[in-house]
Design a protein around this ligand. Sequence first.
Ligand code: NAD
Ligand code: UDP
Length: 314
Amino acid sequence: MKRILITGGAGFIGSHLSERLLNEGNEVICLDNFFTGSKNNIRHLIGNNHFELVRHDITKEYYAEVDQIYNLACPASPPHYQYNAIKTIKTSILGMINMLGLAKRCKATVLQASTSEVYGDPKIHPQTEDYWGNVNPIGIRSCYDEGKRCAETLAMDYYRQNKVDIRIIRIFNTYGPNMDPNDGRVVSNFIVQALQNQDITIYGDGTQTRSFCYVDDLVDGMIKMMNNKSGFIGPVNLGNPSERTILEFAKLIIKLTNSNSKIIHKPLPGDDPVRRKPDITLAKKELGWEPKVDIEKGLLKTIEYFEKKIRDEK
Ligand code: NAD
Ligand code: UDP
């Protein structure tokens, strides 16, 4: 049995990871300040003897004895990370320093949840890990992008200088149950709008692309990366390479929800990346990982979750 700390454990991805690691027989400390996460996501785990919920902000030091740290704490949706941009960058940088310090003291392995946003608005397609990116350092997404880039730098420097055992994964757009209906990301927005027959809001003309990965696939990849003992520390892309335009995605959601919603267009936010698709050759080679869940199946499970959420809130 390992003792595992998950920062941001009450969030969308963190809650799935908490459940998986508990089911695999580990002890889990779920740390969260509940900025975007919710107790509802992990309520069913409270009471399990091997599960501990801690309200804490990772910009402050945290002490515990652990074997592994999954560092997920950071708001992930553009409206949420832009809401308090200074806090977002502090969370990525001070939080990473605190987690690397903790890992150094405990000799724990720390996995940083980095992002495809480190590639910015990419000039190469699909994105490979050796691409350094095209990031605006002073724009409205910079608090997130540059914070995550600096967190990768910190992880590499602690690895080189202090021999801390690190892993870096770059997560591409992920979806599934436990997403916050109000977090403003495209998957939650479109499904919630479609289920209520409201207009589907496409930002810009909808020709921008994204590649969506179901959360169970991502969690498999995260655990494989954490536990690999080959010396491979990443960074590694984790995502589903099946790319589609946002307009195609809106039509798919309308079809799967059997909705009467109309598509409308709203202004495109600043620095919105034009194309995004992971090259996952490295993950296949080093981890034997690739996503398995078909988009329609994954979306139907997600739609079912949002249907229940909307019913419960009425
Ligand atoms: P989320 O917003 O649902 O989860 C983030 C969690 O971190 C929340 O529970 C929030 O309350 C917590 N948190 C935020 N600031 C904190 C702080 N200072 N101290 C303690 N807890 C704090 O987002 P998510 O989609 O689950 O993303 C999890 C991680 O994965 C994030 O680091 C995100 O950047 C990364 N990621 C996610 C995606 C995706 O598509 N979902 C893509 C790329 C990277
Ligand atoms: N988007 C959209 N309508 C929405 C929400 C998002 O058209 O209601 C677009 C957004 O402009 C971006 C894409 O969908 O091009 C993905 O947005 P999201 O916020 O989910 O994540 P991103 O990949 O941009 O971080």
